[in-house]
Design a protein around this ligand. Structure first.
Ligand SMILES: NC(=O)c1ccc[n+]([C@@H]2O[C@H](COP(=O)([O-])OP(=O)(O)OC[C@H]3O[C@@H](n4cnc5c(N)ncnc54)[C@H](O)[C@@H]3O)[C@@H](O)[C@H]2O)c1
Length: 454
């Protein structure tokens, strides 16, 4: 099938490259000329494991452009995957989405095109995009006859760092539309994934337990709400572990044991029950805020989601408090942060805990040293005021340091020769912001091991 993807960020690029790999003819359009140039050269503008390999494997079915008139005409499906950041009042800023919808409408010329909201958009956006498309299409002097289109929702559930596997071997696919023809087109588009009939990429074999992928085919509003409800649930699971973690610290319980004991209950499950400095990234904060804002439009409170957000914010402050408890005075102390990306295997810094922790320490007069194995270039571009605090080596982080905080649990850090660094520190305080290091081992090596919770 012929596919257009609008926006080649984390979501759009993964969608476009994966669909091209499956044999669809895909054109990706982005306004960012530099991004398009990189992609044309086979280079990936984001750090996402496997993406450049998949780009190479799918190259014959892939085109990148900045021109909607090259990308949209003839497409059976147009995915809109532009960013939907938070506006000042917490509601999503839909400027990018409306502008993309207008541009799509000006280029539509196929007998039937499904325009799919892949961006995370508030409930009701399907109807709103449909209205923009129809209004913009109606203003076209050159509008061709016999052109039909309909809007669908196909929320994205990929995790950065695991994006390709999550796309090719997903837990489920959700499609929502009030138009049966759209559902049929999307069903056809995704059939190779649903039935798992494609030959896997050479670098990413099909998991042994992979079976047919459940398809949730529903109405627009339900599909839109599924995305928010799922993200908010994951966010509150983390916050719940952190809330229990605060109590564990008071009563002398070991939160790692507590969540292990909880998570083995199959009704609960261990994933996303990880105590630490909390969630970050472009989705959980923004989507929980949007859910609360949407509910407010209907005079509805969302106390559980609100609390999950508050706990998450508090958790970052708790990390700084733990350091203060240990060091008493932060002013003048050298404190190293290991990990800047909001989680491992991505260079995404949006709403990363590292930023709040670093800024808070600097505000208290500490001298920080920041390190990340992958995200430093992006960090320099996006956080120029913090760039002078970057360390170029791990030795530089530990040298004469009063405390080191593990903020992002990159494999490189977990596999460090920790015995080598303890001797470099002025005081060997190690704050484990993710509860991933073995406390006994770290203590044996000479660290004063402290965890965020307990
Ligand atoms: N990143 C994730 O892990 C993730 C997961 C699930 C859902 N989502 C949702 O998917 C959407 C996209 O997120 P992302 O992280 O990929 O965003 P992103 O910021 O990485 O990418 C957005 C891209 O859209 C481009 N763009 C903006 N306006 C455009 C326009 N009018 N025409 C063409 N291109 C345009 C930008 O240049 C950029 O390359 C958001 O709604 C997000 O909430 C993201």
């Amino acid at each position: 099938m012929k596919v257009c993807v609008v926006g080649t960020g984390y979501v759009g690029l993964t969608t476009g490259v994966s669909l091209a790999f499956l044999g669809h003819e895909v054109t990706c359009v982005d306004l960012d000329q530099a991004k398009v140039d990189m992609l044309r050269g086979g280079k990936c503008p984001i750090y996402e494991p496997g993406m450049e390999d998949l780009l190479a494997e799918a190259a014959s079915n892939l085109t990148f452009t900045t021109s909607y008139s090259e990308a949209v005409p003839g497409a059976d499906v147009v995915f809109v995957a532009v960013q939907t950041p938070s506006a000042a009042d917490g509601s999503p800023d839909l400027r990018y989405l409306s502008s993309a919808a207008e541009s799509v409408a000006h280029a539509l010329n196929h007998d039937f095109t499904v325009v799919v909201n892949k961006s995370t958009v508030p409930i009701g956006s399907g109807n709103w995009v449909d209205a923009i498309l129809r209004e913009s299409f109606a203003t076209r002097e050159d509008r061709p006859a016999g052109v039909e289109f309909a809007v669908a929702s196909n929320p994205e559930f990929l995790r950065e760092g695991n994006a390709i596997a999550d796309t090719l071997y997903p837990d489920r696919i959700v499609i929502g539309s009030d138009n049966p023809r759209s559902l049929e087109v999307l069903n056809r588009l995704y059939r190779p994934i649903i039935n798992q009939t494609f030959t896997p990429p050479t670098f990413l074999p099909r998991p042994e337990d992979a079976t047919a992928v459940p398809l949730v085919s529903t109405d627009l509003a339900s599909a839109e709400l599924i995305k928010y409800a799922a993200n908010a649930f994951l966010a509150l699971k983390i916050s719940y572990a952190n809330e229990i973690g605060q109590l564990a610290a008071k009563v002398g319980a070991d939160i790692t044991e507590v969540v292990r004991g909880m998570g083995l209950d199959q009704r609960i499950g261990s994933r996303f029950l990880q105590p630490g400095v909390g969630w970050g990234g472009s989705c959980f904060g923004k989507d929980t805020k949007a859910l609360v804002a949407t509910a407010a439009e209907y005079n509805l409170e969302m106390p559980i989601v609100r609390a999950a957000r508050e706990v998450n914010t508090r958790q970052r402050a708790v990390a700084v408090e733990r350091l203060q408890d240990e060091l008493r005075i932060l002013k003048g102390r050298k404190i190293g942060l290991l990990g800047l990306a909001f989680k491992p295997n991505t260079d995404d810094l949006r709403d990363a805990a590292s930023l709040d922790i670093a800024k808070s320490l600097i505000a208290r007069g500490a001298r920080v040293k920041l390190h990340d194995p992958v995200a430093t270039e992006r960090f320099k571009a996006e956080q120029p005021e913090l760039a002078p605090y970057l360390a170029s080596t791990i030795d530089e982080v530990f040298a004469d340091c009063d405390a080191v905080v593990l903020v992002t649990e990159w494999a490189q850090y977990l596999e460090l020769d920790w015995s080598k660094f303890v001797g470099l520190m002025r005081t060997p305080i190690l704050l484990d912001g993710r509860h991933v290091l073995d406390p006994d081992r770290m203590r044996r090596l000479g660290y004063r091991y402290v965890a965020v919770s307990g």
